[in-house]
Design a protein around this ligand. Sequence first.
Ligand SMILES: [Zn+2]
Length: 455
Amino acid sequence: MIRITNTLSGKKEEFIPLKDGKVKMYVCGPTVYNLIHVGNARPAVVFDSFRRYLEYRGYSVTYVQNFTDIDDKIINAANEEGISTKKLSDRYVAEYFKDACTLGIKPATFHPRTTDFVDEIIDFISDLQEKGFAYFRNGDVYFDVSAFKSYGALSHRKPSDMRSGARIEINESKDDPLDFTLWKAAKAGEPSWNSPWTLGRPGWHIECSVMSSTLLGDSFDIHAGGNDLIFPHHENERAQSEARNGKKWVNYWMHNGMISLKSEKMSKSVGNIFNVREALRVYGPNALRMYLLSKHYRSPIEFSSDRMEEAKAAYDRIANAMDEIKRKIGNDTRVIEDSFLNEWRSRMIEALDDDFNTPQAFSVIFELVREALLTNDRERLAKIRTLLIEWNYFLGFDFEKKNINADGFVETLVKLRDDARIRKDYKQADAIREKLKKLGVEIRDSSDGTHWRWI
Ligand SMILES: [Zn+2]
C-alpha cells in the first residue's frame, strides 16, 4: 500500500488512484529563460523517480510536465538579446532536454507549452467569467477569490489573514488584494494574442489549470511541484479549476522541499556548480541524482561542494559494488527466484511505499552493497546484482556511464591541452587538438583563453 503526504490534508494518506492501475500526474515545470539550476532539478529528478517507482509497482502513468514559455522573465531576457520570446524559449527548452537527458530523466508523456494552449486558456477564462468567478477591469481579467469558498484550503491559510498583509499595486484595479490575473493586457512591444477582452497574454497560474484539464481531464490523481509553489501558484490553480469544473480537481498534492545555499557563503564556485550544467560537468549525473534522492523529498536540503562530494562518495559505493561483483563472477547473471530476492524486494517496497522514503531505500541498498563485498558466493552475488539493476529502474543511475556529458568531456580535453601548452609540450598539445578535431570540435586560441565549438 503506497502512502503519500498530501499537502491538502497535511496527512500521510493511502494512495488510491481514480482508475485501477492508472495514475495521472502533473508536475509544474521550468520557466524557460535560462539554464536550469539544481533547485529546478530537484522536482524534475524526484518526481521522475517517483513516477518510475509507480511504474515499478505496476501502474501505468500518464505524466505531464509543462514549460512556461511566456512570462515577464522571458520577455525581459528576449528583449535584452533582441530576439523573439519564441526563439529564446525554444533555445532553453532544448537546453533543458540536454540536462534532463544527461540526468537520466525519462521524458514526460506530454511536455506542453503555454503558448500552444492560448485558445484553450481563453475558453477556460470565458467559462470562469460566465460562472461568475472572473471579472474584466481596465484591460485585465481577474479571478474573484471571494466567489470561491474554499480558497486557502491547500496552503492552510485564511483569506482574512492573507488580506491583512496584502495590498493592491498602483497599476492594478482589482476589487480584492487576493484576486489574481487570468488575462493581462499587453504592453507595447510584448507578444500578444487576440481575445474577447484585450490584445494580451495569459496570467501565470491559468496555464497549468488549462493544460492539465486538456491532457488529463477535469480530475486527476497527483499534482506535484516545489513547496514554494503552494502559495499562490497551486492555491490559484486549484481555485480556477474547481470553480470552473465544480468538482474536486486533484486528489493528492505532493511538494518537495527547497534547496538552500545559505549555510555556505555564496562563493563564485558554489554559484557555478549550482548551475546544473556545471554540476554535471564537475560531479557527473550519478552524483547529482544521488544528492537529490538521498534526502527525503519533503525535507529542505543544503547545497554545497561538501554535500556533493558526499553524494559522489555514496554513489561510488554502489558503483564499486557493481564492479566488484563483475570482478568476482563476470557477467554471469543466471538467477533463480527465491526468498532472498523477495525479502529484499519487500524491504525496498516497504521503504518507498512509505511516502517515497528514499533515505530508507538507500539504507537498504547500502546494506545489500556491504553484503556484496563480504561474500564470494556466486549465486548470492548474481542475486544482489539483479536487485540493484531492478531497482535502478526508479533510481535512474547510469552504471555503464553511457550518458557521459560530451561538453564536459570536451572541456576536460581542452584543459589538458592548455596545461600541455603551459608546460611547452607542444607535441602533446597538438595531439589533443587533433583528437578534438576528430570528435568534431574546433578550438581557437585567443588572448582571453581557449575557445571551442562543435562543428
Ligand atoms: Zn503550475
